[in-house]
Ligand binder design. Sequence first.
Ligand SMILES: Nc1nc2c(ncn2[C@@H]2O[C@H](COP(=O)(O)OP(=O)(O)O)[C@@H](O)[C@H]2O)c(=O)[nH]1
Ligand SMILES: [Mg+2]
Ligand SMILES: [Zn+2]
Length: 291
Amino acid sequence: MLVSYGGQGVVLLPDGERKPCKFRRKIGRPFCGDQVLVGRADDASLVVNSILPRKNKFVRADERQRLHIIAANLDQVLIVVAARPLPSRDLMERYLLAVHSLGIEPLIVLNKTDLEVAADETAAGAKVLAHMPDYEALGYTVIRTSCKTKPGITGLQSVLKDRTSILVGQSGVGKSSLINQLLPDLHIQTGALSTATGKGTHTTTSTILYQFTGGGHLIDSPGVWEYGIWKLDNNELAAGFIEFNPWLGRCRFNNCVHATEPDCAIKQAVTEGHIRDWRYQSYLRLLAQNS
Ligand SMILES: Nc1nc2c(ncn2[C@@H]2O[C@H](COP(=O)(O)OP(=O)(O)O)[C@@H](O)[C@H]2O)c(=O)[nH]1
Ligand SMILES: [Mg+2]
Ligand SMILES: [Zn+2]
């Protein structure tokens, strides 16, 4: 599925054609990124007869903390941050936790590398950028890009190849600009979608799957996670701090939340320098918001 509206959408057929299709209500709703089997209705139009099993589901939360599926079958989520607007404190940790809890791989994109971090910017946001080497040490891939001078775009292209990816991040960090750089035929693809739906596709509001000519897909979902993610429970929290992993289950209390408890293996690992203190402090702040 390239796009999915209420009762209909656009499918990409094996021959590369984009065709409008309707959904049979009883099969449930297919989402962008879903693999589907289509057939012909009585009037010869296309109908989705079944949705193939999903590898994963990418979700967002609404104001009331209800989760909504926006895409399926992703390989990776690209978390985009920049020197302008600077990320708020713990935003990167929230994004990383959310991606981990969905069972999808996160990649970090530091865009606008042509900009200097202004001296008057808040210390917390600037620190997020300064922590990039730490994220790399944790095993996360960090790709540095600039839409103005173009370094890094080719590096980004290579990690996107043959995979299905989505861009998330605050408004203004350069997601649309990156999509423009990455998809030279963007207007051709949106044009073909408009033809298929018979109306303008709303690139500003719809979740759309684009194709790379060399293989791979990029999903654009405007506004996704711009204002934050959903609340995670304490277990998801500790599990999402990947470097905590070797120490989990070694605390004196098996319901230890690694805050004020005695004989806590996580705190011990922080003291011994196995876990970075700034990550632990971020964990404690997120934990405090759960209670
Ligand atoms: N200096 C600089 N500006 C950029 C870069 N990428 C995007 N911008 C600018 O940042 C602004 C927001 O970009 P946009 O792509 O709309 O961000 P989005 O809200 O994440 O989609 C625009 O004025 C872009 O021209 C970059 O790499 N360097
Ligand atoms: Mg945008
Ligand atoms: Zn503990």
